[in-house]
Design a protein around this ligand. Structure first.
Ligand SMILES: *Cc1c(COP(=O)(O)O)cnc(C)c1O
Length: 372
């Protein structure tokens, strides 16, 4: 019996009536571009995140790139980020012409290491050829990064803090929702994310009124006050009305799904605590549990054993950014030992709200047998 890594089919079966009705509504009114559902979902997401503005966009990658564009970050600018992340984090800095500066992560959180960030900033200042501009923090696998430290650090050093919240929307830190933890946050509604639509999508969260207006302009080719005024460089970055309609239905059950993910994570923790290194749990925070990733030196044996039993696994991420062919030239001779070690030992297990206890028991037994 094979197990889904992420079970979107069960979710659709449970939400079919609402999703189908919302899609029918869009087909009936026909406003496929920036229709009423887009404004509705933006209002609900902004409220949920506790910020003044949510600007929905075509993907999480566009959300990140548009933030950099709105801040005029480009050639000559250094953007600090973890090397252990999805490629989009690094890509957006490079495509606007800025320089991604890769920083190592902490083994106990998988996120930006404050000591290494401090060292890398110092190194950039010493070299003197780049202007330090921003820290692009990644909330890896669903937990928020350390925004207490990061806010203080960025304020002190005159850097802009941006939250790559593509995996963490739904999480929180000290009672504050992801979306409100940095001056800008970017999330993704890619189908496999905790809050996913049925295609590509994303959103930007900010409290900055003026920048929110600029971001809305960038989203439609830099449009000015009149339709064919081009006030600035922009992109085609709109979120589809049909995707907004899907998201509206999914938002109704999102809190319940987050609880179900948390329950599934606890069942894994209990079942696997003596066999592997469990994923981090960050104090005073909640996770959206985008992924449940364990560490084990016997990763290959674990993957093989699970595959034999029809249980899929995934590796996030097999190669840190500073070693990727597309980015290695930004990091000549750079040694980030924790990122390298994580890439060797990490493996993600099936994680979604519809995991049943029996399936999880089977997965835990297989992992234990593999490492025994
Ligand atoms: C998924 C993801 C992105 C990009 O989101 P898309 O919607 O796929 O463009 C960026 N950063 C991280 C960390 C992600 O996981």
């Amino acid at each position: 019996m094979s197990v889904p890594f992420i079970d979107l089919k069960t979710q659709y079966r449970q939400l079919k009536t609402a999703i189908d009705a919302n899609i029918q509504t869009v087909l009936a009114h026909g406003q496929y571009i920036l229709g009423p559902e887009v404004a509705q979902v933006e209002a609900r997401l902004a409220e949920r995140a506790g910020v003044g503005h949510c600007i929905t966009v075509a993907s999480g990658t566009d959300a990140l790139r548009m933030i950099l564009m709105a801040e005029d970050i480009g050639p000559g600018d250094a953007v600090f980020m973890p090397s252990f992340t999805f490629t989009a984090t690094a890509e957006v800095a490079a495509v606007v012409g800025a320089t991604p500066v890769f920083v190592d992560v902490r083994r106990d959180t998988f996120m930006l290491d404050p000591d290494d960030l401090t060292r890398r900033l110092e190194a950039v200042r010493q070299a003197g050829d780049l202007r330090p501009r921003a820290v692009l923090a990644v909330d890896l696998f669903g937990w928020p990064a350390d925004y207490g430290f990061l806010t203080e650090f960025c304020d002190r050093e005159g850097l802009l803090l941006i939250d790559d919240a593509c995996q963490s929307f739904g999480g929180s830190l000290n009672g504050r929702p992801v979306g409100s933890l940095a001056p800008y946050s970017a999330t993704s509604f890619f189908p496999a994310k905790p809050l996913g639509c049925y295609g590509d999508g994303g959103a930007i969260f900010t409290d900055h009124d003026e920048k929110a207006a600029i971001l809305r302009s960038i989203r439609v080719h830099g449009q000015g006050a009149q339709r064919y005024d081009v006030a600035r460089l922009g992109v085609n970055g709109r979120f589809d009305t049909l995707q907004a309609a899907v998201l509206l239905a999914k938002l109704d059950v999102f809190d319940r799904e987050l609880e179900q993910r948390e329950a599934a994570a606890w069942r894994y923790d209990v079942g696997l605590k003596d066999a592997v290194t469990l994923p981090p749990r960050i104090p005073n925070a909640t996770s959206a549990w985008a992924q449940y990733c364990i560490l084990t030196p016997k990763r290959d044996q674990v993957r093989e054993k699970l595959q034999e039993q029809g249980i899929p696994t995934a590796i996030y991420y097999p190669l840190p950014m500073h070693r990727q062919p597309a980015y290695a030239h930004y990091a000549p001779g750079l040694d980030l030992p924790v990122s390298d070690a994580l890439a060797r030992e990490i493996v993600a297990l099936p994680m979604h709200p519809y995991l049943d206890t029996e399936t999880q028991d089977r997965i835990c037994a297989a992992v234990k047998a593999a490492v025994a």
